[in-house]
Design a protein around this ligand. Structure first.
Ligand code: KIV
Length: 283
């Protein structure tokens, strides 16, 4: 049996030390969490991407702390070896440090072992308050989907030298405030490499090239569970949407033709009992 992953074990996983890159995948429910854990992922992220891939919203701004707590609890009930990280939704960590800690506590009580929040130096008081309350924090900088309106859409960040240096400064500040790992999303590979080489906690990339200490992708994107347009950094390892539709069509055809269910898929009454009711010859 694999060992339970812990925050200190994740924090120590720098690829430059010759260790394997960290693997993080999202999951939002019990069957998904079991699949991700059996696949040997180090971390399960209950991402606010649940808004788009499960709940049918167009962006991540719609989910609430209660939504993430609900999905975190489902993941936690499977008792995975992977570390469970819950995303803090938009507006759950923007108002005050006190509210941030209360909201994070809701996610921890739902079963998360750490929380993730988006943004750089602007978030330092919130990160410090969480760390002060013994809640481990994963940072998330670069393309931060909760800032989609401020950024003018889902745009790659850190493309020019100044913006790249700003990201390095953000990463250093987050580490100084106590983050145990940082997600780098949607940044040029060289910028991710520079951040990774600068900070002493692991970076976990998504659309950030190969020179990070780990990689994360969204469960539904990896498995091709739906045919939404995916960014170029997604690699699909299966097409479960197509396979699923084929299987469901097969079921529908079997129902319509009478091929489902068979006697083997039905419950039988004892012959004597059937006879009492006058039910003879019912196949
Ligand atoms: O919500 C999410 O799935 C994420 C990952 C893309 C890092 O934040």
């Amino acid at each position: 049996m694999a060992q339970q992953m812990t925050v200190p074990a994740v924090r120590a996983r720098k690829a430059s030390d010759g260790v394997e890159p960290l693997v993080m995948l999202t999951a939002y429910d019990a069957p998904g969490a079991r699949m991700v854990d059996q696949a040997g992922a180090d971390l399960i992220l209950v991402g606010d991407s649940v808004a788009m891939v499960v709940l049918g919203y167009d962006d991540t701004l719609q989910v609430t702390v209660d939504d993430i707590a609900h999905h975190t609890a489902a993941v936690a009930r499977t008792r995975p070896d992977a570390l469970i990280v819950a995303d803090m939704p938009w507006m759950s960590y923007h108002v005050s440090a006190g509210e941030t800690v209360q909201n994070a506590a809701t996610l921890i009580r739902a079963g998360a072992q750490a929380v993730k929040l988006e943004g750089g130096r602007r978030r330092l008081p919130m990160v410090e308050a969480l760390v002060g309350a013994e809640i481990p924090v994963m940072g998330h900088i670069g393309l931060t989907p909760q800032s989609m309106h401020a950024m003018g859409g889902f745009k790659v960040q850190g493309r020019d030298a100044l913006a790249a240096l700003d990201l390095v400064d953000d990463a250093e500040a987050l580490v100084h405030a106590g983050c145990f790992a940082i997600v780098l999303e949607g940044v040029p590979d060289l910028v991710a490499a520079r951040v990774t080489g600068t900070v002493d906690v692991p970076t976990i990339g998504i659309g950030a090239g190969p020179d990070c200490d780990g990689q994360v992708l969204v469960f539904h994107d990896v498995l091709g569970l739906e045919h939404r347009v995916v960014p170029k950094f997604v690699r699909r390892y299966a097409d479960l949407h197509t396979e699923g539709v084929v299987a469901l069509r097969h079921f529908a055809a079997d129902v319509r033709s009478g091929a489902f269910p068979t006697a083997d898929e039905s419950y039988r009454m004892a012959d004597a009992e059937a006879a009492t009711l006058g039910l003879y010859g019912v196949a």
